[in-house]
Write a protein that binds this ligand. Structure first.
Ligand SMILES: [Zn+2]
Length: 143
């Protein structure tokens, strides 16, 4: 019997750390899947102002745009890298979790996104958060 066929997506997500909580691990896999997509861009920027794309109340900490890139169908996540907003990368990753929840749970309200963000911050392991942190670029962009 031939070995089971491993899909590209399974290979792609093999090294994602686990917590033992199937739901949390599933959500993290969705996050990583999006972060590795060519149409998804993640950047850090010091002066992040709301350009009326997504006027939710966390806009100054992070911003997500669903019509980015040359095709207009890309997703761009910008994390505010100013120390007054996030004093370190551990705090930046919490905002990244929030913005990624907008992709995975995109039909829900801001209030519920805040709730799932808080649940995930509690339930993701340190190793899982460190893994997510590795996606945050070191450099900052000007625009
Ligand atoms: Zn939000």
């Amino acid at each position: 019997m031939p070995p089971p066929v491993q899909t590209q997506r399974e290979r792609f997500l093999r090294d994602v750390p686990r917590s033992g909580d199937a739901l949390v691990d599933w959500i993290l896999k969705q996050f990583v899947f999006f972060l590795r997509k060519e149409t998804v861009r993640l950047k850090r920027k010091k002066r992040l102002i709301d350009k009326d794309i997504d006027p939710h109340r966390r806009a100054l900490m992070g911003l997500i745009s669903f019509d980015a890139g040359p095709s207009g169908e890309g997703i761009e996540i910008t994390i505010n890298s100013a120390k007054s907003m996030h004093c370190n990368r551990d705090e930046e990753v919490e905002t990244l979790i929030h913005e990624l929840c907008h992709i995975v749970f995109w039909k829900t309200w801001e209030h519920f996104i805040d709730q799932i963000e808080r649940i995930l911050i509690k339930r993701l392991t340190v190793e899982q958060k460190t893994y997510l942190k590795s996606f945050l670029p070191r450099h900052e962009v000007k625009s």
